[in-house]
Design a protein around this ligand. Structure first.
Ligand code: PLP
Length: 382
């Protein structure tokens, strides 16, 4: 360890920020005895979160993947149907399509947004297309207007996978409430957390009611233990909702800190390294600060070297069409059947430490990254 590193802690990519409000609400839920999926925090959290997104209804779930599954199920999507998803996303986006027996059709991303390319989506629409799942990757909103236009032209619903984008804004409106249904995750590393948890939001009362029904084993409202179809247990507990409500009350400060961190990285690295998209029409949540390195080999070497110096990073997702369950799935780029931008950016990107950092921490991480990168690039040339 060099002198400059003494005194610096290990920097994880993301860690939850849990404070006295969370402790108080969780303790209240525990002491009330309502520790399972009945209790007042659930409805309060659902209403508060839905209204935060500009949606009328919220349906809390056991995790974000369950919310995605419910979103597809309430739209009646099933075997023989196709659902368009971006190639560069977390695997849950495509897995949920498989859970309902439908076929994910992958489309490429745009270089400017890292989110799905509306031109590729237009090419991927077929007579079997039943939904488009838009992902706001790493907190950056996708370019919704052209995507919603394609969807409207073909009368296809849009599901927003906003699991990484709580509080992000597209042209002044919060994401999650822009499509037919929006889906969020409250996993431990997400912008707000309930440990495990998720939420589906929508302004369509019928879809919300059906989601509640399927969430609770599709049990009849008026006839206990009568189930006319196969449902799921995707309920959130009152204890999780208590934590979620406390986190939601603090969301502005979380978003402010994420933006502050990214701006510090920009000041330190912006001239040398491409960081998160910053577009005039969007307000990213900057859930994770990201960097694109020159190529895949350098990226991998930089990650190892940073880890040795106490700085944790994560690689970007693999393009899903490269993963064994999905190698044979159909795919569309803007001009071909290759998803070249997803492959390129997926191979070069890393997530940097992105929570609970001071200006000094970011300066240290940035300096370490520049030093490690310069050495690795020099070695590659030698
Ligand atoms: C985290 C995440 C999910 C899944 O959420 P879980 O709560 O972990 O099930 C889905 N989609 C994306 C894009 C995510 O990042």
């Amino acid at each position: 360890m060099s002198k400059t590193e003494i005194g610096h802690r290990f920097y994880p990519v993301a860690e939850p920020d849990i404070g006295p409000t969370e402790e108080a609400y969780v303790l209240d839920a525990v002491r009330s005895g309502w520790v399972s999926s009945l209790g007042p925090y659930i409805g309060t959290f659902e209403d508060a979160f839905a209204s935060y997104c500009g949606s009328e209804h919220g349906v809390a779930t056991s995790n974000g993947t369950a919310a995605l599954h419910l979103a597809l199920a309430v739209l009646g999507i099933g075997p023989g149907d196709e659902v368009i998803v971006p190639s560069l996303t977390f695997v849950a986006t495509a897995n949920a399509v498989r859970y309902v027996g439908a076929l994910p059709v992958f489309v490429d991303i745009e270089e400017e947004t890292w989110c799905m390319d509306p031109r590729a989506v237009a090419r991927a629409v077929s007579p079997r297309t039943r939904a488009i799942v838009v992902v706001h990757l790493y907190g950056q909103p996708a370019d919704m207007e052209p995507l919603l236009t394609v969807a409207r032209d073909h009368n296809i619903p849009v599901i927003e996978d906003a699991a990484e984008a709580h509080g992000a804004e597209y042209r002044g409106q919060r994401v999650g409430g822009l499509g037919t249904l929006g889906v969020f995750s409250f996993y431990g590393n997400k912008l707000i957390t309930t440990g495990e948890g998720g939420m589906l939001v929508t302004s369509d009362r019928g879809l919300a009611e059906r989601a509640r029904y399927l969430r609770d084993h599709a049990m009849s409202k008026d006839r206990r233990y009568w189930h006319s179809e196969v449902g799921y247990n995707y309920r959130m507990t009152n204890v999780q909702a208590a934590m979620g409500l406390a986190q939601l009350e603090r969301i502005d400060s979380f978003l402010g800190h994420k933006r502050e961190i990214l701006n510090w990285y920009r000041a330190d690295l912006g001239g040398a390294i491409t960081l998160n998209p910053g577009l005039p029409w969007a307000r990213s949540s900057y859930w994770l600060s990201c960097a694109l390195l020159p190529d895949a080999a350098i990226r991998d070497a930089v990650m190892i070297a940073l880890r040795e110096r106490g700085v944790d990073t994560r690689p970007f997702f693999f393009p899903l069409h490269a993963l064994p369950p999905y190698v044979d799935a159909p795919r569309y780029g803007a001009a071909s059947t290759a998803c070249l931008v997803a492959e390129d950016i997926g191979a070069r990107g890393i997530n940097l430490p992105s929570s609970k950092l001071s200006r000094d921490d970011v300066s240290h991480i940035s300096a370490t990254l520049l030093d490690v990168l310069a050495r690795i690039v020099a070695d590659a040339r030698a």
